[in-house]
Write a protein that binds this ligand. Structure first.
Ligand code: ATP
Ligand code: MG
Length: 564
């Protein structure tokens, strides 16, 4: 996917939201403008679910020559922090999107307050002093209507006076609430006199101590959309029941425009959880090594894992936009990154679990240089020379003592080709007193040099290898799915989702080796380790001691399909 493709409307599959926008434009609504927004709450890091919301709102703005704002929905100061806002900006930019304007809902606190006074003056809002437990009781249930609060008929003057005193800080938390006066018998619970402003004596990361009353989400959201001139306010399905309230505020207040809300289904991904609260729990419990742990479905974790923004956007585009709830297979995400990396990554030699091989008929101090292209089908990626010498390292799993006829790697009596090198023939296995394998002795066949093979010999197995003296030490972190269960947080009764952590989701190999060309690897650069998978140079701990650190992004093939 190239950038020009990404922003080309003709190439983006249509969906119900785009059809609505098309017909709005055809009818000349909103002066022919399209304006969207992405409104995260800065109370955690963005995850793959947010990527869907981002791609929808920003993607529509790109394709319709409209605008998309980034708005921090920061009405709940207890849970929000500036560091989250910074991380969110970085993630949106990483995905390749540019916001038109950057806003905070808190920038509108004064306007939201002023409009609330209008609601009071209209008789559409009142200050309620019912204690919380009684308020809950008055609210009714899904099957029973609620009851009016005794404060519902308070006079406009009294309401205005109390609301102003709420603002100046005269009352403690929880004593008064400003509520919309709608309908306590409405079948839609959201319409039963919902709260508009509540008292909270708490410092806000943006407005400091200017305010001790804070607006509620439903009120702040539609009004912020209106203040920014948003035309299409796109959100997830759990807000569908709130749409009536969204419209009620805009219908009742003297506002210059009326944005429209449309809902699409949330994205869930198998073998992980997409809820900031649950992800936060994993961080706080120490189950993972932070929000950017490469196993996390956060954008920062996926970036560290080696996912490219293109692959994430491609994945979101494959998932599509519908109202049907969708839990997507992890293998779809993995195939997107595999396709992307397969096209552009250099293929290199790396040994995760080493086994020493001595080539007994090769001179002690001789070194031959074996030309090896970085990609068999992409000459433009160039090539390097691999050193061949008497002492080599292969992967321990490429030797088997008790191997059957179908095992084509190294085994007693067997032969194997070293990729870009020679065919070697097994000689003997050297063990310590406890019977542990220390090294293998092999001979090489000088007539079989890759590219110059005059021997006519055919061997079935080809393995990767390194010359011990030239190889560079590395630590390889092999990551796998964080949860062994496909839906850890659905359908397990009382069992917490944390019961399904995959105990093998992180394996650290401390004695790994990589070819010398990787010594200069830029943090964040991706490679295919031949025959093993795609790996990325870690961006956070590029070196541990003298060792380069690599994270496994994904295997070469879908191993989980086999397992399950
Ligand atoms: P979480 O439940 O993880 O805390 P949230 O919905 O509370 O997520 P917000 O910061 O409020 O997170 O979300 C910003 C926007 O992202 C919202 O418009 C929301 O609809 C959307 N969004 C959040 N999670 C998903 C998801 N899994 N799939 C699609 N969109 C999502
Ligand atoms: Mg939220």
């Amino acid at each position: 996917m190239t950038d020009s493709n990404a922003s080309d409307k003709e190439n983006t599959p249509s969906n119900f939201i785009r059809q609505i926008i098309d017909s709005d434009l055809a009818e000349g609504k909103n002066d022919g403008k399209v304006a969207t927004r992405f409104p995260p709450e800065p109370n955690g890091y963005l995850h793959i679910g947010h990527a869907k919301a981002i791609c929808i709102s920003f993607g529509i703005a790109e394709d319709y020559q409209g605008i998309c704002n980034l708005r921090f929905d920061d009405t709940n100061p207890a849970k929000e922090e500036a560091r989250y806002a910074e991380a969110i900006k970085k993630d949106v930019e990483w995905l390749g999107f540019e916001w038109d304007q950057l806003h905070h809902t808190s920038d509108y606190f004064q306007q939201l307050y002023d409009y609330a006074e209008i609601l009071i003056e209209q008789g559409n809002a009142y200050v309620d002093s019912l204690p919380a437990d009684q308020m809950r009781e008055h609210r009714g249930t899904l099957t029973e209507p609620g009851k009016n609060s005794p404060d519902r008929e308070r006079s406009v003057e009294e309401n205005l006076d109390l609301f102003r005193r709420m603002k100046t800080g005269e009352f403690p938390d929880g004593t008064y609430l400003l509520r919309a006066k709608i309908d306590m018998a409405s079948p839609n619970m959201n319409m039963r006199d919902p709260a508009i402003f509540r008292i909270k004596h708490i410092e806000h990361h943006n407005t400091g101590n200017d305010w001790c009353i804070y607006p509620m989400y439903d009120y702040a959201h539609c009004m912020s959309d209106m203040l920014e001139g948003i035309t299409h306010s796109l959100c997830t399905l759990e807000f569908a029941d709130h749409r009536a309230l969204y419209d009620w505020f805009l219908d009742n207040l003297p506002v210059p425009c009326h944005p429209r809300q449309y809902e699409f289904s949330r994205l869930s991904l198998e073998h992980t959880v997409t809820s900031k609260r649950k992800l936060n729990q994993l961080v706080v419990d120490g189950t993972v090594d932070g929000w950017d742990d490469p196993r996390m479905p956060t954008l920062s974790g996926m970036r560290r894992r080696g996912y490219s923004p293109e692959s994430v956007r491609e994945f979101i585009s494959k998932v599509g936009v519908t109202k049907k709830s969708n839990t997507v297979e992890m293998s779809l995400l993995e195939s997107c990154i595999r396709d992307d990396l397969g096209e552009r990554c250099a293929r290199v030699m790396a040994i995760v679990e080493p086994l020493k091989v001595i080539i007994t008929n090769y001179p002690e101090d001789k070194v031959e240089l074996m030309p090896a292209p970085y990609h068999p089908k992409k000459p433009e990626l160039g090539s390097r020379d691999l050193a061949f010498s008497r002492e080599l390292i292969i992967d321990a799993s490429d030797f088997k003592e008790d191997a059957n006829r179908k095992y084509f790697r190294l085994k007693p009596g067997g032969s194997v080709r070293l990729r870009y090198g020679y065919i070697i023939d097994f000689q003997e296995v050297i063990k310590d007193d406890q019977g542990n394998i220390i090294e293998l002795h092999c001979t090489y066949d000088p007539d079989t040099r890759s590219g110059h093979d005059k021997s006519g010999r055919k061997v079935k197995g080809v393995i990767h290898w390194l010359s011990a003296k030239q190889a560079k030490p590395a630590q390889v972190r092999v990551y796998d799915r964080l949860f062994s269960d496909a839906t850890p947080d659905v359908g397990h009764g009382d069992k917490p989702f944390t019961d399904f952590i995959n105990p093998e989701s992180k394996q650290v190999f401390d004695n790994a080796w990589v070819e010398p060309s990787l010594w200069d690897a830029e943090p964040g650069s991706s490679y295919q380790f031949e025959r093993q998978g795609y790996f990325v140079a870690d961006t956070v701990e590029h070196l541990t001691g003298e060792k380069l650190v690599f994270n496994r992004t994904v295997t070469l093939r879908d191993n989980w399909a086999k397992k399950s």
